[in-house]
Design a protein around this ligand. Structure first.
Ligand SMILES: Cc1cc2nc3c(=O)[nH]c(=O)nc-3n(C[C@H](O)[C@H](O)[C@H](O)COP(=O)(O)OP(=O)(O)OC[C@H]3O[C@@H](n4cnc5c(N)ncnc54)[C@H](O)[C@@H]3O)c2cc1C
Ligand SMILES: Cc1ncc(C[n+]2csc(CCOP(=O)(O)OP(=O)(O)O)c2C)c(N)n1
Ligand SMILES: [Mg+2]
Length: 469
């Protein structure tokens, strides 16, 4: 905080350097009375004043040679190597691919690292955690070596058991090293530079069985995702919205998502390709950033298509106001396409499901119901395009229209709140919680029983059909 105009130069120089170096937000407080005073370009040279300068260049941070060698020894000794990459590995996709190939490893992605490597690669197991995939879960449960790159993924039950795997971690921040798993070798370094430095020390694994098994699981998983997405629901299965969008994603598009059930389908059903960006509120997990992130993306990259995926609760909390901001700014964007997909399920659905599964509570309509609101018509009132969807066979065409529109579009998709966000592995406690919630007279009982059965059967059927072939 400045208390005197002569401090401003120091504060601004320092704040900018911290923001650049730590990729963080810095805050300068300028009290109103200081704002009224005359500017001081250079303070008097006396005790207590400082004279700051400009400039920051990012250093090359690479671990010591001996530590790289220790890491390579662990990785070379492993027979079943799993990689977990996160936001710190964004920009390292080529290096990840080279290392994964040499180690015969599969690659799972923490949620903020969704764009770190393409989902088109056959050994990329996708997301991990409650929103994760079965191939990621199985890989972590069965691996004998874990290589974690630029990730703070916090959920330990989805990582190998302590003692099961030897671990190597790469992170630019020493605070994050060894924090999530008892790693044997901790490497402080930049993801790209450290992976590059490791490559000459790695031996390509001749035995590809582990890798082939992962690729088989991944292929089967995508078939399960398709089967689940195409199941009928009342009226639209939310997975279908994401599944149909996935192959239509334009080159270099930017995806933003909200905290809500959309995060499940965003994590699992969307295949990101090279050049795309994708984010949501990870650590804070707050509702409502989906559209502000999308607007920020458009401000930075007005030529790129941006797609925000948000819930109806978040729309009513803040999103509809954000549409006013979009309507004010979109004509300045060289590519006017910003699409907001609203999961209109009349429910605070993610929490309704959490309360069913984690607490064994039936849905409490008093806190969970979200009133109807005409999102598409409201968008039209603001001069944007609105598309209202109430049947699954309208979904594909809606994406085609929205992705070629001459202005921002709001897709108001009436979707089924009873489709369960199935985790990759159901624990006894979760099953018990779910059953207990049913016995407490959930108002959606019929729908959730029928949808849960269909979703689980689709997994079993897809797997048993394969076995018969
Ligand atoms: C509804 C909801 C549910 C969620 N459920 C899941 C879930 O099931 N699974 C899941 O994965 N997440 C989930 N999350 C998000 C989760 O809370 C974490 O935010 C996320 O897992 C962290 O992702 P990350 O490791 O990629 O990013 P971060 O935690 O930001 O970690 C990035 C790491 O990279 C390091 N780094 C930065 N730059 C570099 C560099 N140049 N080189 C090397 N290292 C670098 C940083 O120091 C940091 O340690 C959920 C969030 C929401 C909103
Ligand atoms: C500011 C804030 N309030 C509450 C929560 C807890 N929370 C997480 S998801 C969610 C429900 C979101 O509802 P909606 O936006 O309608 O999405 P849905 O899950 O129904 O798709 C809530 C209440 C939160 N993460 N952030
Ligand atoms: Mg909702």
């Amino acid at each position: 905080m400045a208390t005197n105009p002569s401090q401003i130069r120091t504060l601004v120089d320092r704040a900018i350097r911290i923001a650049l170096a730590e990729k963080t937000v810095t805050c300068i407080i300028l009290p109103n009375d200081v704002q009224e005073l005359d500017a001081v370009t250079s303070p008097d040279r006396k005790h207590g004043t400082t004279f700051t300068g400009l400039g920051f260049t990012r250093p090359d941070i690479v671990p010591a040679r001996d530590d790289l060698k220790r890491a390579a020894d662990v990785l070379n000794a492993g027979r079943k190597v799993a990689m977990l990459v996160g936001a710190g590995a964004l920009g390292a996709s080529e290096e990840i691919a080279v290392v994964a190939d040499m180690l015969g490893a599969g690659v799972a992605k923490a949620l903020l690292g969704k764009a770190a490597i393409s989902d088109d690669l056959p050994y990329v197991t996708g997301s991990i955690g409650l929103l994760g995939t079965k191939p990621s879960y199985e890989m972590m449960m069965e691996c004998d070596t874990l290589l974690m790159v630029g990730s703070g993924f916090p959920y330990s039950e989805f990582l190998p058991k302590e003692g099961q795997a030897r671990g190597v971690q790469i992170d630019i921040s020493p605070r994050m090293l060894g924090l999530r798993y008892p790693m044997e070798v901790n490497l402080q370094g930049d993801a790209v530079l450290t992976l590059r430095a490791l490559v000459p020390l790695l031996q390509r694994k001749g035995d590809r069985h582990w890798r082939e098994g992962i690729e088989k699981n991944v292929k089967e998983w995508w078939e399960i995702m398709q089967a689940r997405a195409l199941l009928p629901a009342n009226p639209i299965n939310p997975q279908r919205l994401f599944w149909e969008l996935s192959p239509r994603l334009p080159e270099n598009c930017i995806l933003t998502c909200d905290s809500g059930s959309s995060a499940n389908w965003y994590a699992r059903d969307l295949k990101v390709r090279p050049g795309m960006k994708a984010s949501l509120s990870g650590g804070l997990a707050t509702m409502c950033p989906g559209i502000p992130y999308a607007i920020a993306a458009k401000m930075n990259y007005p030529d790129r298509t941006v797609i925000a995926m948000v819930g109806d609760g978040a729309m009513q909390m803040q999103g509809i106001n954000n549409l006013v901001t979009i309507s004010k700014n979109w004509k300045n964007w060289s590519n006017p396409r910003l699409i907001v997909l609203v999961l209109n399920n009349r429910d605070l659905n993610q929490v309704t499901w959490e309360q069913r599964v984690m607490n064994g509570d039936a849905k409490f309509s008093g806190s969970q119901d979200v009133p109807l609101f005409p999102y598409a018509r409201y968008a039209e009132m603001l001069g944007l395009e609105g598309i209202e969807l109430s049947a699954p066979d309208q979904v594909a065409a809606a994406w085609t229209v929205a992705l070629s529109a001459d202005r921002p579009v709001v897709i108001d998709a009436h979707c089924d709140p009873d489709v369960p966000p199935l985790p990759p592995h159901i624990t006894f406690e979760q099953a018990k919680g779910f059953l207990s919630s049913l016995m407490k007279g959930d108002p959606n009982l019929g729908g959730i029983v029928s949808q849960s059965a269909k979703q689980m059967m689709s997994t079993l059927l897809t797997r048993s059909e394969k076995k018969e072939k």
